[in-house]
Design a protein around this ligand. Structure first.
Ligand code: SAM
Length: 271
């Protein structure tokens, strides 16, 4: 499925569809506890994950790709990076900018494509992204682009998971939730897409590179192919998701419990 960057135009429709989908979800994005940070305890756990893999910022330049409503950009700012957030959805950028302004942060949010950023070579110390890789049209081209953007010795931190389809126990919990919502025993989660949106998204997912689901091992291999040193895979995100689960409730947590979440860090060789 890999396409060359020069073929960008060929898949333009798919990229447009992905962009339109996330633009449509922007207004409700932070309403989902799976997206937003639900407590100070969770915030500290995310900050610890970032520091563990990237070190503290100390004014170094960070690029948050697919920054969405700015959740990760704000965390990077918390730990001392000088942050640029990039997303291709204006709706998302608007929300991120408003949030940063309200909190008095100086984060530069820019419109751009994570596969082709137009930023200069070796201009960032670190790159981070959460929940971007699983929907990339051409991850190999994207990773080559990130390699180009990093300074020698720079690192990329990818946070993602296996979000295509659900395992049986998740499906069972999801059915139970739908039933309880219909019986008005449970409040519907305000962010969840309706059946039509879900259909649109499933159609998109069937055409992206990781249509079979993204795994840390496969992502690591592709990173190595474009020149990164062997990636370190961290599958121990339970600390974060256990904290989230306390707020989300056991049934909702069960419905999204097996997403094989991972953090993966890879370094560009030192010169
Ligand atoms: C699931 S959201 C994640 C947002 C944010 N990273 C977070 O974790 O809260 C996916 C975001 O990726 C953006 N996106 C997807 N593909 C992109 C690309 N190729 N270039 C820039 N943004 C992209 C979408 O517009 C959307 O804002």
């Amino acid at each position: 499925v890999t396409e060359k960057r020069s073929n960008h135009g060929q898949n333009y429709d798919l990229r447009d569809e992905i962009k339109a989908y996330w633009s449509m979800r922007a207004a409700g994005f932070d309403l989902s506890p799976w997206h937003d940070i639900v407590s100070e305890e969770e915030r500290r756990a995310w900050q610890a994950l970032i520091i563990k893999h990237l070190g503290s910022g100390e004014g170094r330049r960070a690029l948050d790709l697919a920054s969405g409503t700015g959740i990760i950009s704000l965390l990077m700012d918390d730990v001392g990076f000088q942050v640029t957030g990039m997303d291709w959805s204006e709706n998302m950028l608007e929300l991120a900018r408003a949030k940063a302004k309200k909190q008095g942060r100086t984060i530069n949010f820019m419109l751009g494509d994570a596969e082709n950023t137009m930023e200069p070579d070796a201009s960032f110390d670190v790159i981070i992204n959460r929940h971007l890789v699983w929907t990339l049209v051409d991850p190999r081209a994207a990773f080559a682009e990130w390699f180009r953007l990093l300074k020698p010795g720079g690192r990329v931190l990818i946070i993602d998971g296996f979000f295509v389809g659900s395992f049986w126990h998740e499906k069972l919990a999801q059915k139970l939730i739908t039933m309880l919502e219909k019986m008005q025993i449970m409040q519907p989660n305000e962010d969840y897409e309706d059946a039509k949106d879900r259909k649109t998204f499933n159609s998109i997912l069937s055409r992206v590179y990781f249509s079979h689901g993204s795994t840390a091992a496969e992502v690591g291999q592709l990173l190595e192919q474009v020149g990164f040193l062997p990636a370190k895979i961290d599958q121990d995100l339970q600390a974060i998701y256990r904290i989230k689960a306390k707020k989300i409730g056991w049934l909702d947590s069960l419905a999204y419990s097996d997403k094989r979440r991972f953090a993966l860090v890879a370094q560009k060789p030192d010169g």
